[in-house]
Design a protein around this ligand. Sequence first.
Ligand code: ATP
Ligand code: MG
Length: 360
Amino acid sequence: PATPSRKHSIACIPADGIGPEVISAGVAVLKELAALDGTFELIFTNYDWSSATYKKSGKYIPDGGLESLKKHDAILFGAVGAPDVPDHISLWGLRLAICQPLQQYANVRPTKIFRGTQSPLRATSAGDLDWVIIRENSEGEYAGQGGRSHVGQPWETATEVSIFTRHAVTRLLEFAFEMARKRPKKHIIVVTKSNAQRNGMVMWDEIASSVAKRFPDVTVEKMLVDAMTCRMVLQPSSIDTIVATNLHADILSDLAAALAGSIGIAPTSNLDPTRQNPSMFEPIHGSAFDITGKGIANPVGTFWTAAELLKWLGEEEAAANMMECVENVCEAGILTRDLGGKAETKEVTEAVIAELRRSY
Ligand code: ATP
Ligand code: MG
């Protein structure tokens, strides 16, 4: 066989809960795909950063860890969160501690209904729901600004300040419009809550209007986030690209994943569009301790995540091939319980590998 001409170095951070189960499934499929394709090579480096290491050492990321991460071309992330660590500590300790310094300011969450799976929406089938949600990933409601005073007193006060900067909103909207332009419908919905929040959200709307002028080929609509939830349920096929703040898009993308059938199938890309830093790819779901260790986690979200990672590294063809194989496996009814089937993680993974072998 020919020697692979392209090499990609991938950092794996399986972390907590079902993270290690789905990441090992994802890595197995990626290894098989690279071997079958033969034109590129994937080099994996494992980082055992997790809530378990935090409990031992007080740190999620060891000294020098971020510098080490920066040497890779991409990061494949599992999930973070443990029953005995408060969620805000684990999230800020690991996930946000990577996204923020690596300037992964655009979070991209595609949604679709796979062949062979069902949406909880009536009269919806594969193809009816094909969305991408772009989430601001560097500031906004999750900027971590604010504080508490008079803790424990009846008059205790807490503030959670949203930060919106022209710089960050502009770069995110530009990225979103670029993405909308590449999609078939060339349609974008800019979501805010600018009726009730009259500073940051109004600035979003203004910046959206000025960015829109530079994208005359993209149709723009503005919607309030509450109305958007209704539209996602009632008129799913009227939607293509959605761009929203950190908080709003977080919520809309969970809804999107549920409407597509399960949060076990959807991916998330945390991108540094400037490509100065590696981007990070992860399934949308969390650590799901209720099913950890049972071998029943749906690995499809990680397979789709792996395909998004490959696309970002320029391996478009291999990524498309992999998605086709995953969808064929779903269509053949090899589904985990969250999708109404009985298959275990291992069976789905083996079926995808078998399908890949057939396809090459
Ligand atoms: P976290 O706190 O890290 O967000 P979580 O315990 O809230 O994790 P999620 O991963 O957000 O759990 O998912 C909620 C529920 O959806 C889980 O309890 C689990 O039952 C189900 N679920 C999530 N991911 C998967 C998956 N990959 N396969 C099957 N079921 C899943
Ligand atoms: Mg959760």
